[in-house]
Design a protein around this ligand. Structure first.
Ligand SMILES: NC(=O)C1=CN([C@@H]2O[C@H](COP(=O)(O)OP(=O)(O)OC[C@H]3O[C@@H](n4cnc5c(N)ncnc54)[C@H](OP(=O)(O)O)[C@@H]3O)[C@@H](O)[C@H]2O)C=CC1
Ligand SMILES: CC(=O)N[C@@H](CCC(=O)OP(=O)(O)O)C(=O)O
Length: 342
């Protein structure tokens, strides 16, 4: 079966990573590539690492150009996907890598994104309980944010097993590609190199309600989340350090058993052997997720740490994994768990 795929936002970081993965997918034929300010440019000038596509020219992002594909990936800024998606037919598989369709609660959307809520689509984090069933055969997929991917995978097993109190404290470091390609003063090399800095402190980061949504669903009750993102001097990667007060009776053994059970059959999530800790360098360019969990008995807290590549499992790899499931293909097709090191 040949799957013809269009990519809107092909000049961006997420679109570029997606194209890198699509080029290695045996069933995908790459169709239209679109942009906005870079329409008319050769892709080789914008994504020089994608040699086989160097002579392709970016087109405008219009429904006409995106028509005639089996799958359309939208790697556009927040709030731009909904208007494009509504002009694509119901038989096309539309995979939104932006935030527009991730949240269930319209009030949360309006608070954190400041525009009317467009709706909710099946959520493209297959490892969460019940997520695969919702993705199978779906024609619409909302790909999670990169931080919620890392955090939800680190903590949901503890909540699903009733081992954690409903309050989580998370500090996560991200590489700068998470902020996209558009120039921003705080991302200048001289600001970022050799420094780490927090941002979105105090509950203001727009990924907070998405984490609450995922962890609350796993727990069966509302989980509060205190989330502090930090910017790290690296191009890719997220390291999420997540802690929660342990429920009564938790032991290191019961915690580990819950994580082993949650990830036993997961092709991309690797629960590391005890004593080994996740590192972003180990998942560079791969769809793998490294997870480790420990019980800090003195503090009575669960410590769960995950590492992902924000562009791969955190965006484009997660999108492709969901495409495979939605189309009934082997979930791992075109995706690797092999990183690039050092
Ligand atoms: N970077 C990351 O780690 C992650 C990104 N995402 C999501 O992926 C999406 C893209 O992010 P990212 O690639 O980082 O961003 P970039 O800024 O790198 O790329 C944005 C892309 O969208 C295009 N674009 C901008 N404005 C419009 C518009 N009005 N209409 C159509 N196309 C437009 C740009 O085209 P042009 O260059 O031609 O102007 C470019 O191709 C975002 O929603 C982001 O939240 C999700 C998870 C992680
Ligand atoms: C380092 C950095 O700036 N990261 C981005 C998150 C990127 C991402 O996953 O998010 P969306 O898909 O929701 O945009 C941020 O904190 O806004």
């Amino acid at each position: 079966m040949a799957v013809r795929a269009a990519v809107a936002g092909a000049s961006g970081y997420a679109g570029g990573e997606l194209l890198r993965l699509l080029l290695a997918h045996p069933q995908v034929e790459i169709g239209a590539l679109t942009g906005n300010s870079n329409a008319g440019q050769r892709l080789g000038a914008l994504q020089p690492h994608l040699l086989p596509l160097a002579d392709r020219v970016l087109e405008e992002t219009t429904p006409e150009i995106l028509a005639g594909h089996d799958v359309v990936f939208l790697a556009l800024p927040h709030g731009q996907s909904a208007a494009v998606a509504e002009q694509l037919g119901p038989d096309v598989l539309v995979i939104d890598m932006g935030a527009d369709f991730r949240l269930k609660d319209a009030a949360d959307w309006e608070t954190f994104y400041g525009s009317p809520h467009a709706g909710t689509w099946p959520y493209g984090l297959p490892e969460l309980p019940g997520a695969r069933a919702a993705l199978e055969g779906s024609k619409r997929v909302a790909v999670p944010g990169c931080y919620p991917t890392a955090v939800s995978l680190a903590l949901f097993p503890a909540y699903a097993a009733g081992l954690a109190e409903p309050e989580a404290v998370i500090v996560a470091a991200s590489g700068t590609s998470g902020a996209g390609k558009a120039p921003k003063p705080h991302l200048l090399g001289s600001e970022v190199m050799g420094s780490m800095s927090p941002y979105g402190v105090g509950g203001g980061h727009r990924h907070t309600p998405e984490m609450i949504q995922n962890l609350s669903a796993a727990a069966g009750e509302r989980v509060s989340v205190s989330f502090t993102p930090t910017l790290a001097p690296m191009p890719r990667g997220i390291l999420a350090t997540c802690t929660a007060k342990a429920a009564g009776g938790v032991t290191g053994e019961s915690l580990r058993a819950a994580y082993e059970k949650a990830f036993a059959d997961e092709p991309f999530v690797h629960l590391l052997p005890e004593g080994q800790w996740p590192a972003t360098a180990s998942v560079h360019g791969s769809n793998a997720v490294q997870v480790q969990v420990a019980y800090d008995a003195a503090a009575g807290r669960i410590i769960a740490i995950s590492a992902i590549d924000n562009l791969t499992k955190g965006t484009a790899g997660g999108a492709l994994q969901s495409m495979n499931i939605a189309l009934g293909l082997d979930e791992t097709t075109g995706l690797t768990t092999i990183g690039v090191a050092p």
